[in-house]
Design a protein around this ligand. Structure first.
Ligand SMILES: O=C(O)c1ccc[n+]([C@@H]2O[C@H](COP(=O)([O-])O)[C@@H](O)[C@H]2O)c1
Ligand SMILES: Cc1cc2nc[nH]c2cc1C
Length: 361
């Protein structure tokens, strides 16, 4: 597919023009009953492992087995630049996107450290960074374009670019081993794209979806919010999920949409990092609603729109550490909880096997 084949009218038809996998609904009531029964008969007061119990059940249902196992977990960080940075919507210069990609690969970024700590393979994907990179074993060079267009002047991406970036995300996931993916991102300006996607797709006011990102002060936050309101008004017709993605960007978010769809189609466990990955899940969920129960929401970010997004999706994150870093750092930090959920299900004794008395009659 190339730009010449597509025009604006195609945007409303986008789901038919972009190659999206089918995602089967998770429906196995008998398995759910069996796993809940096993959880309830472990040697603990009923429900005492709290959210970890719901997590164990979710992992079992995603994998379609009584004892879920996490094999060769993959941390995948999608990176790209945003043309809207020309409007001063970030506290840091756009060059930081490329510099941090090099830092990820050199092993010095937060996500590099946490991935090492938790035994997560780390892959970095250049979906649209302005700068070119030398080959590196952990880098996938899949640049769709050197950054998006300035969304205050034009659509951030053409539909063809959206389709290509979604394909990048799908292909990267399909090429990786294992049955769990942790998704992260890097892109100066991408809290703006996320805020606009969330506002447009949920109907929430842009003021509530916009935050300080990398650390804007009060005055800069007011200016950012005004810019985002202007961009939303400019693209008032971009209401369908893929049209909104094209209008607001970014290339890493589109690649994340593809990654979420492919991972869900393959029944992999999907660990969702912060606001930006959450916005990609929102787009993916609008395209294929069955992706949502296959996602584990790792943490609640400090970005105020993230809380609203999680509430809108009706999901509860595992941890809340006031993080606002991105990269996949929150997903990596939450990872041991998924391991613990599998372990308690597999290894804890039952009342029967341990000879412990159940609740008083
Ligand atoms: O994950 C989050 O919730 C999150 C919240 C605030 C900032 N970030 C990171 O900061 C960058 C975007 O911030 P900004 O201010 O440039 O839009 C991008 O690289 C994200 O990884 C990430
Ligand atoms: C230094 C730096 C690291 C990051 N990691 C993710 N987003 C980031 C933004 C900045 C500015």
């Amino acid at each position: 597919m190339n730009d010449a084949d597509l025009n604006d009218a195609d945007l409303t038809l986008a789901p038919d023009r972009v190659d999206l996998p089918e995602v089967a609904p998770m429906h196995d009531p008998a398995l759910a009953v069996r796993v809940q029964h096993a959880i309830d008969h472990k040697t603990k007061p009923l429900g005492a492992l709290g959210q970890l119990e719901a997590l164990a059940l979710q992992l079992a249902l995603i994998q379609g087995r009584d004892l879920p196992q996490l094999v060769q977990p993959q941390m995948v960080v999608f990176a790209a630049d945003h043309g809207l940075t020309a409007r001063g919507i970030s506290a840091y210069p756009a060059d930081v996107t490329a510099q941090m990609v090099l830092n990820f690969l050199a092993g010095g970024a937060a996500v590099s450290v946490l991935a090492r700590q938790h035994g997560l393979a780390l892959t970095v994907v250049d979906a649209g960074v302005r700068q070119d990179f030398e080959p590196h074993p952990q880098l996938r060079r899949c640049k769709v374009a050197p950054g998006t267009a300035d969304a205050s002047q034009a659509r951030a991406m053409s539909l063809s670019q959206v389709a290509q970036a979604i394909a990048v995300g799908r292909d990267v996931i399909a090429s990786l081993p294992g049955n769990a993916v942790l998704l992260g991102e890097m892109g100066i300006g991408n809290t703006s794209a996320s805020a606009m996607l969330v506002a447009r797709l949920t109907g929430l006011p842009i003021e509530t979806c916009t935050g300080r990102g990398t650390g804007l002060d009060d005055a800069a936050l007011v200016r950012k919010t005004a810019v985002l309101a202007e961009v939303l008004a400019r693209h008032a017709d971009a209401v369908e999920p893929l049209a909104a993605l094209a209008a607001f960007g970014g290339l890493e978010i589109a690649a994340l949409v593809g990654a979420v769809l492919e991972a869900a189609a393959q029944r992999r466990v999907i660990v969702v990092d912060g606001y930006i990955v959450g916005a990609a899940v929102l787009v993916a969920q609008r395209l294929r609603p069955a992706v949502l129960p296959r996602c584990v929401f790792a943490h609640r970010s400090q970005e105020p729109g993230h809380r609203l997004l999680l509430e809108h999706l009706g999901v509860r994150p595992l941890i809340d550490l006031d993080l606002r870093l991105g990269e996949g750092s929150g997903a990596a930090l939450a990872w041991p909880l998924l391991e613990s959920a599998c372990r308690f299900l597999a290894e804890m004794a039952s009342f029967e096997s341990a000879g412990v008395s159940g609740p008083a009659p």
